[in-house]
Design a protein around this ligand. Sequence first.
Ligand SMILES: [Zn+2]
Length: 342
Amino acid sequence: MPLPATWYDGESSRARAVRLGCAQGMLQLAFDDAETRQWPLESVAINPRLGRTPRILRLPDGARVEVADSPELEAWFQGAGGRIEGFADWLERRRGAIIASAALVLAATLLFLRFGMPWLAREVAERMPPAIERHASDQVVAMLERIHFKPSQVPAARRASLDRRFRALVAGEPRSAGMRLSIVRAPGIGPNAFALPDGRIFVTDELIGLAETDEEVLAVLAHEAGHHVHRHGMRGALESSSVFVIAGLLFGDASGSSLAVSIPATLLISGFSRGYEREADAYAFELLLRRGQSPKAFASMMRRLSAGVPKGLEQGAVGYLSTHPPSPERIAAAERAAAARR
Ligand SMILES: [Zn+2]
């Protein structure tokens, strides 16, 4: 069964109608004007099947034949032992492979979000200009001052003592130069403490009021210092911001203006991942031990926080419990750290 095809001389665009046949390993061309030619099949190159696109045969004399794909063609050339199946064609005829590759792309994307994004966020956070850390922190503070912060009612002497002890606690620690303690009253937030990307660490009167000793407050502050040392604020904000914002910082938008807009919101709403909490805890226990203080204070503070907020204190939307979920594991870890000291 001859196949209708179109022949090109390989130099001009002039086309001739031709019929293709095959006999004894020879490709036979029969032109309309009765001229015939033939070539050994193994001397003819055929392009791989690509969906429903026409097949192109390249003849040894430089001419070219275009022919609709057909099972005959496949049979002729396979008989000649040619490897003619292309990868795209292979894919086309194997939906399973296509679905598998889609799944692969999805898996790669999820892996990127799970591991690549945190890595990228850390890399970017470590290169973040201090001006951007400050700017983002300023915005958070401005927002909190407008809505929540009131002047502290903790006696000035106790505040001064906490400040002094906090500075002694973190003296010489990495990134400690930026750390500043602020004590504020925040009835709408309740007992809480948090670190901003530029190193400002806030603790509320409400948390201090809940603590039995200043050691318990300092244990919480050590944990917050851990967030600052590990740049959790900026990393968390970067991770929860879009990939595009990071891409903008890497590839040009160095002003970080879009970032400055998105960071304050994420800092406030999202708390930290369990991984960050564990990292900050570990840092805090180690720091307390180095300063001769017991991580037990952290465990007792956590217990007090999880026992619930006493009457008269309002548990706000961004309370310590929502941003630092206390858990039996964290309390146990603090007690293990304390026990290991002896
Ligand atoms: Zn924390």
